[in-house]
Design a protein around this ligand. Structure first.
Ligand SMILES: Cc1cc2nc3c(=O)[nH]c(=O)nc-3n(C[C@H](O)[C@H](O)[C@H](O)COP(=O)(O)OP(=O)(O)OC[C@H]3O[C@@H](n4cnc5c(N)ncnc54)[C@H](O)[C@@H]3O)c2cc1C
Length: 288
């Protein structure tokens, strides 16, 4: 483990961004990725370790016009118990329910899950199908700059994102869902609980006059980043959710994913799971 020269715990966003501007920083939120990764040698600490837990601007889940803003420090437990999330985005509660254990959920933050950028990150898949935007702030020359980008564009590789070293992820914005909205999350691991996903699937959309619209599908652990599944979406968009549509979408899902073999599953097994579980999830939506 390389030595840390300075530990800081800013109490405002301005202080945190100033620290990022002036030094090379490892950001610490809940620490549930940072600590095991540093102990295993996968993460080398930068000279400054910055604990962001006291930055109040990064906390809370609030309504902002036609969107819900979730602060980067919202923990998985807070998300699961939040009234706005329960009302508008129950799929995030479903994902939280499959996330690690109570102890980890109490510490693990949304911002940490996003910035760890694992292809298997469990909150990332529902966020992608809910059209989340990532919100980033920096203070390059005294003035605070905030930029937003679709979360789908934020991930560039395993553990790699578009975040610049001077930036902090401040939160995500989720547009309120349309009428007759549905969203589901499915995770498969070797164990039913406390396991990293071998694959995960998110599906969202709306049903109008029996036809699917605004369909979003995302897959986890089948590519270097969490991914939107455009061919599967196209197989569903504008169609009734009948047997033929469900079979065509499951086959499109199978055809478009390009997973790898690793310790959790072979590529062959992952593709079979994606086809079968996409079909099963769509059956559930059709019967709901
Ligand atoms: C036993 C165990 C089980 C787990 N199970 C699961 C699981 O089922 N599903 C799952 O998805 N994950 C799981 N994880 C991984 C981990 O808990 C999550 O990824 C968690 O959300 C990370 O959040 P954190 O606050 O602990 O992040 P940290 O460890 O503090 O940080 C993670 C990364 O994000 C960066 N970072 C954090 N916040 C910000 C910010 N606001 N701006 C910029 N960079 C930031 C850090 O620098 C670091 O690179 C598990 C971990 C453990 C130890």
């Amino acid at each position: 483990m390389n030595p840390i020269e300075q530990y800081v715990a800013p109490t405002s966003l301005t202080q945190a961004l100033e620290c990022l501007r002036l030094s090379e920083v490892t950001v610490l939120a809940g620490g549930t990725d940072v600590m095991p990764q540093s102990q295993s040698g996968r993460l080398k600490f930068k000279p400054t370790l910055m604990n962001i837990q006291r930055v109040s601007e990064l906390k809370g889940i609030t309504r902002d016009g036609n969107a819900i803003r979730m602060g980067a420090l919202a923990t998985v437990t807070e998300i699961m118990h939040d009234a706005l999330v329960q009302e508008f985005f129950p799929v995030l509660v479903e994902a939280g329910d499959h996330f690690a254990s109570d102890q980890i959920r109490n510490a693990a933050t949304l911002g940490g899950n996003i910035n760890n950028a694992s292809p298997a990150g469990d909150m990332l898949i529902p966020l992608l199908v809910l059209d989340a935007d990532a919100e980033l702030a920096a203070k390059p020359n005294g003035e605070m700059l905030v930029r937003r980008m679709p979360l789908a564009n934020f991930f560039v590789g395993p553990g790699k994102t578009q975040r610049m070293p001077s930036e902090l992820l401040t939160g995500v914005r989720l547009p309120l869902p349309p009428a007759n909205h549905f969203a589901r999350f499915f995770k498969f691991g070797a164990r039913p609980a406390l396991d990293i996903s071998a694959i995960s699937i998110g599906i969202a959309g709306a049903r109008r006059d029996g036809v699917l619209t605004q369909v979003r599908v995302a897959f986890g652990a089948v590519a270097p980043t969490p991914v939107r599944a455009s061919r599967t979406e196209a197989a569903l968009e504008g169609r009734p959710l009948d047997r033929a549509t469900i079979d065509a979408a499951a086959q499109a899902a199978y055809d478009e994913v390009k997973p790898i073999d690793d310790v959790r599953a072979s590529a062959w097994y992952r593709r079979e799971l994606i086809r079968n579980m996409t079909r099963r999830m769509l059956d559930h939506v059709a019967q709901a």
